[in-house]
Design a protein. Structure first.
Length: 274
């Protein structure tokens, strides 16, 4: 059984995070002794905080907004996924002087969609809303599922086009503004914008969502998100929030640090009961 380990989540702000609860439940599955805390660090203090944590013997770190891109610049080595995303959400200590960066967001999303929710991404028409860091972090694992068609829609179309071009070697991707999205039902719509947290939703053509459209909001919180409510109002029978992605990406981090992957269903059930 591993001895005590110190782990941390860096973010700004970060006090709202469920990660300590999730990793605490994971640790109990294996009788591990794990000390996992959150640390609120403003951007100008992030590099210093990471170096100090690992110099002091920290075992591993998670990274959330707004630090994921800078984390990719701090580590010594990047996984292929993290290099593609140009963002790191998990730092693994390989030695006192060597840090390895991984991005588990995309695999967490795909695992939740395909295994937990039974969504078929392969062969689907996939619409992704937003062209920021959240989309960049999940695009490669989604394209590995070989959807039939992928559209990135963004408030600023040019940003969507730039992202589509950058990932074009992994599959055919089109790009547009929200209003220019094809006005017929998509199979899967993933909201990777932060607008839902502010109670806002993108202005899409009316027939974008149909009864059979799976709508997934990468944002999460207690109750339904604004995007979930909007999708349901337009007829979607399957609208989900990002609880499962949160738990599955955390399980991937736990595997990297401890060599075992926790069971996730009981943790998601516990979150639903909170």
């Amino acid at each position: 059984m591993p001895g005590p380990g110190r782990f941390v989540l860096f973010g700004h702000p970060v006090s709202h995070s469920w990660s300590p609860f999730i990793h605490g439940m994971f640790a109990r599955q294996f009788d591990h002794v794990v000390d996992y805390k959150v640390q609120d660090v403003p951007p100008d203090g992030f590099r210093h905080a990471v170096i100090n944590f690992f110099v002091a013997g920290g075992g591993g770190a998670n990274v959330t907004l707004p630090h994921k891109p800078e984390a990719a610049e701090i580590v010594n080595d990047l996984s292929a996924r993290a290099e593609r995303a140009r963002a790191v959400n998990t730092i693994v200590r390989r030695s006192a002087t060597e840090l390895y960066g991984e991005n588990t967001d995309g695999v967490g999303l795909v695992t939740d969609l395909t295994r937990n929710l039974g969504v078929t991404v392969g062969g689907s028409r996939l619409l992704i809303l937003g062209a920021g860091g959240a989309t960049r972090g999940v695009l490669a694992p989604l394209l590995e599922q070989e959807p039939r068609e992928v559209r990135i829609a963004n408030r600023t179309p040019e940003r969507a086009r730039q992202l589509a071009e950058e990932f074009a070697d992994l599959g055919e991707i089109s790009a547009s503004g929200f209003a220019a999205v094809e006005n017929k039902p998509w199979d899967v719509v993933i909201n990777a914008t932060a607008a839902s947290l502010a109670g806002e939703v993108p202005e899409l053509p009316p027939r974008t969502i149909a009864n059979e459209t799976v709508c997934y909001d990468m944002a999460y919180g207690r109750g339904d998100t604004a995007f979930m409510r909007w999708a349901a109002e337009r007829g979607s029978q399957r609208a989900y929030k990002g609880w499962g992605m949160l738990v599955e990406q955390a399980a991937e981090s736990y595997l990297l640090w401890h060599g075992v992957r926790p069971e996730t269903q009981s943790v998601m059930g516990a979150l639903d009961r909170l």
